[in-house]
Write a protein that binds this ligand. Structure first.
Ligand code: 5GP
Length: 185
């Protein structure tokens, strides 16, 4: 690594550099622009992990989209899902009849988004698709379709570019694997 920033000391391996992320986000933005041509989708940012990805991605989408935020909790500060999902912040506006794009940081077991998608289906959206920055398909426990993702990741706990461990490392510009000794203490 060129940087000597301290937060990099806790990372065992960089999986995706900021340059690779930028290129992937630009490509995905073009794809969404093409796929939703003529539509006015509602892009929902799932807080907090997707916030950086969301901010970069929506600026690569050339559509009259609307922005919403939701917060769900499934993790706390642990590195394994509890299966418990709580809605912490709901949408500000109705999505009835709208084309909804859920923008999430990472899909692991899929339980969180499976729960969220069911809620949004129940509110009468015209369509609902999922965009995940990272996808860990080997870990899936439920049958959830992730229509778009930037990168597939191995079964390791990753941080950076919005993803945290105990609220830290979100500001890491790259995405890397957190050293297990950090969370096994
Ligand atoms: P799922 O319900 O798909 O198992 O979990 C989704 C949520 O778990 C993500 O939104 C994220 O908050 C968290 N998560 C899953 N894997 C990782 C990971 O490798 N790193 C981080 N930082 N969070 C993860």
């Amino acid at each position: 690594m060129e940087t000597t920033a301290n937060i990099y000391n806790d990372i065992s391996e960089i999986l995706f550099t900021k340059e690779q992320i930028k290129a992937a986000v630009e490509k995905l933005g073009k794809q969404i622009t093409e796929d939703y041509k003529g539509l006015e989708p509602v892009a929902i940012c799932i807080l907090k992990g997707a916030s950086i990805f969301f901010a970069d991605l929506i600026r690569e989408i050339d559509l009259p989209l609307e922005v919403e935020h939701m917060a769900i909790s499934s993790y706390g500060s642990a590195t394994k899902t509890s299966g418990e999902v709580r809605l912490l912040k709901d949408l500000d506006k109705s999505i009835y009849g709208r084309d909804v794009i859920i923008i999430e940081d990472i899909v692991d077991t899929g339980m969180t988004l499976n729960y969220l998608k069911k809620i949004l289906v129940g509110r009468g959206a015209n369509s609902i698709k999922i965009i995940a920055l990272l996808d860990k398909p080997s870990r899936r426990k439920v049958n959830l379709e992730v229509e778009y993702s930037c990168f597939e990741t191995p079964d390791a706990f990753v941080v950076g570019y919005g993803l945290d461990y105990a609220e830290k490392y979100r500001n890491l510009p790259d995405i890397g694997v957190l050293k297990p000794e950090i969370y096994n203490d």
